[in-house]
Design a protein around this ligand. Structure first.
Ligand SMILES: [Ca+2]
Length: 315
């Protein structure tokens, strides 16, 4: 953890560069956050920063990442989605059945309801009750620049889920409810798109718990059924999910996932990309689903980082 001098230096750098690009400013902010500088935000950000640095969020040790390894970040403190789409390397989407909408049925917005850093985070809100069927609502942020330039990277997100959610075991057409929260698509310039790797949010209605399920597309020849995390998903506090994702065809890929620094999935030698020279991966964090209670289904994400090395250092 750096001392006040280091944090002061970062703050000076931020002041010097307030007129530079939002992407550069965002990287400085994330660097400051990753170094435990807090940012002078709300009390909630200070408490969560303290929690993460002590390992109290559920395992592991610290969360300090060497700044040189972080190649992109988003703290939502710009008040808009410029960290995502300001450089053309990503975007934000609000959709029903994959058609863009502006209604309250699918919302992705910068919010001050919750914040892990500073005063803002990204809020997702989607309508998911059975009466809304057959619509599938999606609120989503995407980055494609970094995974296209480097096929083996670490992707870190802090989630805040306000309350327990139930994914209905059966919807009105006997279809199962689902909530896609973190995923990679395999995309090609020729227009081939496959949902390759997904973290679904699942619920156990008996135990009253939520947990992640990892899904790898059988379209790529993976003979791996959905895998359930051994760790419950907390609600009412910030928690971290980090995935090392090697985007590769022909069994050369790798998927590792940690929750609050504790490894919950480790799948070497899997296929995560299509076997075409022009195929690459997109990273998406989203509320995307159907048949979920409560509706609207709401959660927040903050302090997202893409890095060439582990973001959570204590796991
Ligand atoms: Ca923030």
């Amino acid at each position: 953890m750096p001392g006040p001098v280091a944090c002061s230096k970062i703050a000076q750098t931020m002041q010097t560069h307030t007129k530079t690009s939002s992407l550069f400013l965002a990287l400085i902010v994330v660097t400051a956050l990753l170094n435990g500088c807090g940012g002078g935000g709300s009390s909630s950000s200070e408490s969560s920063s303290s929690e993460s640095s002590s390992g109290g969020a559920g395992g592991g040790g610290g969360t300090i990442t060497p700044p040189a390894q972080a190649i992109w970040g988003a703290s939502a403190e710009t008040g808009n989605f410029s960290e995502w789409n300001g450089d053309g390397g990503g975007d934000v989407f609000r959709r029903l059945n994959d058609v863009d909408v502006t209604s309250s049925d699918a919302i992705a917005e910068i919010s001050q309801d919750q914040a892990r850093s500073g005063q803002r985070s990204v809020k997702f809100s989607i309508r998911t009750d059975p009466a809304f069927y057959p619509n599938a609502a999606k609120a989503q942020v995407v980055r494609w620049n970094e995974p296209r330039q480097n096929t083996d990277l670490y992707y870190s997100v802090w989630f805040f889920i306000p309350q327990l959610f139930d994914v209905y075991p059966e919807g009105p057409d006997r279809g199962q409810g689902w909530l896609n929260m973190f995923q990679f698509h395999s995309v090609s310039d020729a227009g081939r798109v496959h949902s390759g790797v997904v973290l679904f949010g699942r619920s156990n209605p008996i135990a009253r718990t939520n947990y992640f399920e990892l899904f790898l597309s059988p379209d790529f020849g993976n003979n791996i059924g959905p895998l359930n995390s051994p760790v419950d998903m907390p609600f009412g506090r910030w928690f971290n999910v980090e995935m090392r994702m090697k985007c590769a065809a022909n069994g050369q890929g790798l998927v590792q996932v940690w929750q609050d620094g504790v490894q919950i999935f480790n799948l070497p030698n899997v296929t995560t990309n299509q076997p075409y020279a022009d195929a690459y991966c997109h990273w998406m964090v989203n509320a995307y689903g159907q048949f979920i209670s409560p509706s609207p289904t709401v959660f927040y994400v903050d302090d997202l980082v893409i890095s060439t090395g582990r973001v959570w250092q204590g796991g």
